[in-house]
Write a protein that binds this ligand. Structure first.
Ligand code: NAG
Ligand code: NAG
Ligand code: NAG
Ligand code: NAG
Ligand code: NAG
Ligand code: NAG
Ligand code: NAG
Ligand code: NAG
Length: 786
């Protein structure tokens, strides 16, 4: 799923076209039109207003939007025609019509209009204000406003805008989520301020799934963390005869913070950190508390990734929609129910009777029908079997409940209850076969008896401070997970840790076998304290990801003091052993280039493809492993840091550190993925030179030695060949060498903002974009000059 998402992200990046130039003004007046390649920019330069194109490969839509002018990741904060995009080649334009309204036209047809009641005698102008508010006002009297975008928010509540009612005019301003991650049209979730001064979130405008609670002058009772955020923002609730609304302002003018009702139905406070948006706060706090977020016949697990999984016997209705974050379609039954004979004693039909599959530890679906007459679990099951539309029952001390048709809002809950899901008998038979198949696959066919692995499926938590939800494999055949091994099994698999592959900073690595064909590398962590930290970092980071260029974690063992990690085994060892050792075959240039590209892709994925950005912090050739075909895999995540996760932790634990942390993060001076970019350049230089350039690089690495100083100079003088490993005897692709040198120089620019992201590095190396000649970094100049 992740690679798919990543691909979609890239698609999105490459297929958003923003206007190439701006009219140097914030105002559109009568007689001028805004063409599709033009934009207005607010006086402070913060917001742009104009057209942009978005869509998938064969369908582009034009949207009229407001976005942050200076943020490289296009983020529409308001869209005029979200539900009426213009597709095809028709080039739209924006004018002020003769009646004074702002009108969007495409091929002569009116697509959208402000539809305001213009009562002035003079003309009107449209102005994009510093706050990001687009206003249509009288040209002579700037306080005479006929229409403003703040009155018609889409999914974003900008600082300074009001969410709530004008009691006099009856205007209600509220946000509505997007349909999915690539479509701006209105989704199913909305967030409103009601007349009683309580904020609520709705599914399909009718079902309330979240309530803010009462305002106490500082915060809403269900969002106490707002009080910790008061050093960041000024939150206000106004409730008087004329209006009731909630608004907020950001105290630091340079901070970029928005409140968005996300596709997933959560209201999220996002801050721009210089590289990407990060979520400071989510409401509702648990993803699964959003009504029907996974659709029917799913089990939601808030901290898992993905958080939606189909129930046993069901499959995703529309994988395409799930891929773009619209999971509301849920899952559909694989095999129709045998409904009809109801277990009524028809002997021949008996084997075809539907069966019940037990699902423990769940929050039950809503709106069950209580059956007081059923006094045992069997009777309860029978009542369900007797009605074709019944899909599940539960029987507890509170008696029997049954459910009809779609099952919604089922979520995992450690202390939850047992739900019996009705399935066709055939599905249950399948299940038995699958189950034994999986054990064989996991434990290895050679010795099932001795290697009786406890196979648990561990749905990985997203945030470190939550406990691990562990589910029996039966519950979740989706395969998202890793295996919890017993220590004795690993002892057996590694022949009592006899074949040592290497020693790292935190422990030793041994070779082992899961079966005759599946080789594994088992890392035994030393030192309880140190080991624990590294263990968690490692399981947290690579446990959740699957990428061709990231080493795969198969499982772990956590018994008493013992901490072991089990990986796929990499027959070709680490990159440094190939680059720096005089004996053995030399890696040819083509392989080196593919390795550079693979590592860049892996890092790009860690930084941009995962939900929480993972910063590796220890990128070096020793931590890049090579498989049989020399495909590189990033390994050793013991130092990894999580960007998004830390952000939420600080706010949710409310230690008062928010004040201290926020400005630092928001100005981008805290560590960012660019530290990995910086380290990556060293890998590039070592790949070119075949020489060890620096004995050690860490996150705080700032040391630059002689060889890297040469690179920008050689590059400027067109003499990169002299930088190349002599062992290659000049058998290289000069264009590629030059490109790698350029990328390496861009990666160590003094300002992290000048350094490319890993996604850009990939594009450079793939030849999709051509990097410009990099300036010589000042730091390097100083060293070379001194
Ligand atoms: C527009 O304003 C005029 C004068 O105030 C009023 O009579 C008319 O009903 C308004 N029209 C709408 C659609 O509000
Ligand atoms: C518009 O102009 C007419 C005549 O010029 C005048 O009678 C009227 O009061 C004006 N209306 C407004 C709202 O200024
Ligand atoms: C400008 O418009 C505002 C709001 O409609 C009004 O209160 C004010 O009197 C107007 N000023 C002038 C000079 O017309
Ligand atoms: C949403 O509500 C409308 C009626 O208010 C209904 O027609 C529609 O089917 C509902 N949508 C879903 C997905 O249930
Ligand atoms: C917060 O906002 C309110 C209303 O907008 C304002 O009266 C108050 O002075 C502001 N407080 C601070 C500290 O800016
Ligand atoms: C029930 O049994 C009768 C014969 O006893 C058989 O013809 C019929 O097909 C059975 N019904 C089902 C649903 O299997
Ligand atoms: C379903 O349950 C919800 C909350 O438990 C309740 O508000 C709603 O009225 C119920 N709907 C039906 C049709 O029983
Ligand atoms: C099955 O349950 C539904 C919903 O309660 C009910 O409308 C229907 O009449 C029931 N059918 C039978 C055969 O009892």
């Amino acid at each position: 799923m992740r690679p798919l998402l990543l691909v979609l992200c890239w698609l999105l990046f490459s297929q958003q076209h923003t206007p190439s130039y701006s009219i140097a003004t914030d105002t559109l007046s009568r007689g001028r039109s805004l063409a599709s390649d033009e934009r207005l920019v607010s006086g402070n330069g913060k917001f742009a207003f104009g057209f942009f194109q978005m869509g998938t490969s064969n369908l582009f839509n034009w949207y009229l939007s407001i976005w942050f002018n200076k943020i490289p990741k296009l983020t529409p904060v308001w869209t005029a025609n979200r539900d009426h995009p213009i597709s095809g080649p028709a080039s739209p334009e924006l004018i002020i019509a003769s009646d004074g309204n702002l009108v969007m036209l495409a091929q002569g047809a009116i697509i959208w209009s402000t539809k305001a009641n213009i009562t002035a005698n003079d003309t009107t102008v449209a102005v994009i204000l510093d706050s990001g508010n687009l206003v249509l006002r009288s040209s002579s009297n700037s306080s005479h406003i006929f229409w403003e975008s703040f009155d018609h928010p889409t999914d974003t509540h900008l600082p300074g805008a009001k969410i709530g009612w004008n009691k006099v005019t009856g205007l209600n301003r509220y946000t509505v989520s997007r349909k999915n991650s690539i479509d701006l049209s209105s989704g199913i979730y909305s967030s409103k301020m009601d007349l009683d001064g309580i904020g609520r979130m709705f599914w399909n405008s009718s079902t309330v799934y979240w309530s803010s609670g009462e305002w106490n002058g500082k915060f809403f009772s269900s969002i106490p963390e707002m009080s910790a955020g008061s050093s960041l923002a000024n939150f206000t609730l106004v409730n008087n005869d004329q209006e009731v609304y909630f608004t907020y302002t950001i105290l630091d003018e340079n901070a970029i913070i928005i409140n968005v009702l996300d596709v997933t139905g959560q209201k999220q406070l996002h801050a721009w950190t210089g590289q990407d948006w990060f979520t400071i706060n989510d409401q509702p706090r648990y993803q699964c508390d959003v009504y029907a977020v996974c659709g029917p016949f799913t089990v939601c697990t808030s901290d898992a990734d993905p958080f939606c999984n189909c129930m046993k016997g069901f499959s995703v209705r529309s994988p395409e929609d799930w891929g773009i974050e619209d999971r509301t379609g849920g899952c559909i039954r694989n095999t129709p129910l045998n409904c009809g004979d109801g277990g009524s004693g028809n002997k021949t039909g008996m084997s075809m009777t539907d069966k019940f599959y037990s699902m423990p530890g769940l929050r039950l679906p809503q709106n069950g029908t209580v059956i007081p007459s059923a006094s045992s679990a069997n009777q309860c099951a029978q009542v369900c079997l007797n009605n074709c539309s019944c899909t599940a029952y539960s029987y507890s001390k509170d008696g029997c409940s049954i459910w009809h048709d779609e099952l919604l809002n089922v979520a995992t809950d450690g202390n939850g209850e047992m739900l019996y899901l009705r399935l066709a008998a055939k599905e249950m038979q399948n299940r038995r076969r699958n189950k034994s198949g999986m054990i064989i696959a996991a434990a290895g066919g050679a010795s099932i008896a001795t290697l009786a692995v406890f196979v648990f499926l561990v749905v990985i938590w997203r945030r470190r401070n939550k406990k691990w939800p562990i589910h029996k494999m039966d519950n979740d055949p989706g395969g998202v997970g890793i295996i919890a091994f017993r220590y004795v099994d690993l002892q057996y698999a590694t022949k009592k840790f006899s074949e040592k592959l290497g020693t790292g900073g935190f422990g030793s690595v041994f070779k082992g076998w899961l079966s005759d064909s599946v080789a594994i590398a088992v890392k035994r962590l030393d030192g309880v304290q140190q080991g624990e930290k590294q263990f968690r970092a490692e399981v947290n980071s690579i446990g959740i990801i699957q990428h061709i260029n990231v080493v795969r974690l198969i499982g772990f063992c956590c018994e008493g003091d013992r901490r072991l990690l089990v990986y796929e085994h990499m027959p070709n060892g680490s990159l440094d052993s190939h680059l720096f050792q005089s004996h053995g075959a030399i890696l040819d240039w083509n392989v080196r280039y593919q390795i550079a590209l693979g590592v860049a892709r892996g890092l790009g994925y860690l930084h941009h493809g995962c939900r929480d950005c993972i910063i590796h912090c220890d990128i070096k050739p020793q931590n890049i492993l090579l498989d049989t075909s020399f495909v590189p895999k990033i390994a050793d995540f013991g130092m990894a840091k999580f960007l998004g996760r830390d952000f939420s932790r600080v706010v949710t634990t409310m230690r008062g550190t928010f004040r201290y942390l926020a400005p630092e993060w928001i100005s981008g001076t805290a560590i960012t993925p660019k530290v990995d970019v910086y380290s990556y350049r060293m890998v590039l230089l070592e790949i070119i030179s075949g020489k060890r350039n620096s004995p050690k690089h860490s996150c705080s690495d700032g040391n630059v030695d002689y060889y890297p100083v040469q690179v920008p100079h050689k590059l400027l003088h067109g003499d990169v060949l002299s930088l190349v490993d002599a062992n290659l005897y000049g058998d290289v692709n000069m264009e590629e060498v030059e490109r790698v040198c350029k990328v390496a120089c861009w990666c160590i620019q003094d300002s992290e903002f000048d350094r490319p992201t890993m996604v850009e590095v990939v594009q450079f190396l793939e030849g999709i974009c051509e990097p410009e000649m990099p300036p010589v970094p000042r730091l390097l100049l100083a060293i070379a000059g001194g």
